[in-house]
Design a binder for this molecule. Structure first.
Ligand SMILES: [Zn+2]
Length: 347
């Protein structure tokens, strides 16, 4: 929390607008991704300290705080859709991606990203929302909530095997949602090369084929080399590259509409530096659009949209020779992801 407050104090220097999280998600909004019974159960914890799961406790105000965390995410969806902001970062806690439809887990009460995605589908009549989850843990909750839903493409990169145990290659969704869950399980010790390669070789081509109208990012920073919980070696350079990747996907298909939601990240210094790096990429992307659009922000939709025609799928930036070395250990992971996803996506 100190990290986030410090960042907000430096808002001007960072070139970002800070919005107070004054909006509470309503019972109905929380129920877009959770069962009403579950929402009521969490609401009933007000004023009490309870253990919901070995990692997940409530204190007197936890329900209220979680309502504001989800509400801040919805506020950003509205503002980005209304072109008030080009993109946004919901620096909220508690995190959300482990929370399932009717179960609290892994520090998470309400699944902020899932609620935001479901809200965009329902209230902004979107048909395709992409959730990219780069937290070091698999977002079992987000996967479970949209397991059968082809309108939400869930793509997760995570350490495996690791908590919570889900996120294998062959978990691809079911029913109409088959192929709309993409898991990229990475072995312990992967760094910028492998994570960046995963974006270039899997996330980008699948996202370009899906053509999302909104991009949400479950942005955890516990894959950082200094994180005490994760076992990965990602640095600020890697997070910058991942941010550029999702920004380019949003720019090509969604008129730039992208919202990141904070998930994990447990080394104070690494979290601070990484969030600052990602915010830098976000503000740069917003400025690029600002300068290319014709002045004012109040009349007409100022954002250029690229849709359909000119999108040509994944950029092949590397020739075969150099790709192998820069991809580190991603090669063997890629072969298995491709095998699992080949019925649904061209990789
Ligand atoms: Zn995590």
């Amino acid at each position: 929390m100190e990290v986030l407050l410090e960042l907000s104090r430096r808002a001007d220097e960072l070139g970002v607008d800070i919005l107070p999280a004054t909006r509470r998600a309503t019972f109905e909004e929380l129920s877009l991704a959770h069962t009403p019974e579950y929402v009521a159960a969490i609401a009933s914890t007000v004023g009490r300290s309870l253990m919901l799961d070995p990692d997940t406790f409530t204190m007197a105000d936890s329900y209220h705080v979680a309502c504001h965390a989800a509400g801040a995410s919805l506020d950003l969806v509205d503002r980005v859709v209304a072109h008030e902001f080009h993109n946004g970062f919901a620096a909220v806690r508690p995190p959300g991606h482990h929370a399932e439809r009717d179960r609290a887990m892994g520090f998470c009460l309400f699944n902020n990203a899932a609620i935001a995605a479901a809200y965009a589908l329902r209230h902004h009549r979107m048909e395709r929302v992409l959730i990219v989850d780069w937290d070091v843990h698999h977002g079992n909750g987000t996967q479970e909530i949209f397991w059968n839903d082809p309108r939400v493409l869930y793509v997760s990169l995570h350490q495996f095997p690791f908590y919570p145990g889900t996120g294998r290659f062959d978990e691809v969704g079911d029913g109409d949602g088959r192929g709309f869950t993409v898991n990229i399980p990475l072995p312990r010790g992967c760094g910028d090369d492998e994570w960046t390669a995963a974006f270039r070789r899997v996330v980008e081509p699948i996202a370009h084929a899906f053509k999302p109208q909104l991009v949400l990012v479950s942005a955890g920073f516990d894959a950082h080399a200094k994180d005490p919980l994760g076992g990965m070696r990602v640095t600020e350079t890697g997070f910058a590259s991942m941010a550029d990747s999702v920004l380019s996907i949003a720019r090509e298909h969604a008129g730039g509409k992208l919202i990141a939601l904070l998930e994990g990240g447990y080394d104070i210094g690494a979290l601070s530096a990484s969030v600052e790096t990602v915010l830098g990429r976000f503000t740069r992307a917003a400025k690029e659009v600002g300068t290319s659009s014709a002045g004012g922000t109040e009349t007409g939709p100022p954002r250029p949209r690229t849709r359909g025609g000119e999108v040509t799928g994944p950029a092949r930036r590397d020739e075969a020779g150099s790709a192998a070395t820069r991809d580190g250990r991603f090669g063997e992971v890629f072969a298995r992801v491709r095998a699992a996803q080949s019925p649904y996506w061209k990789l």
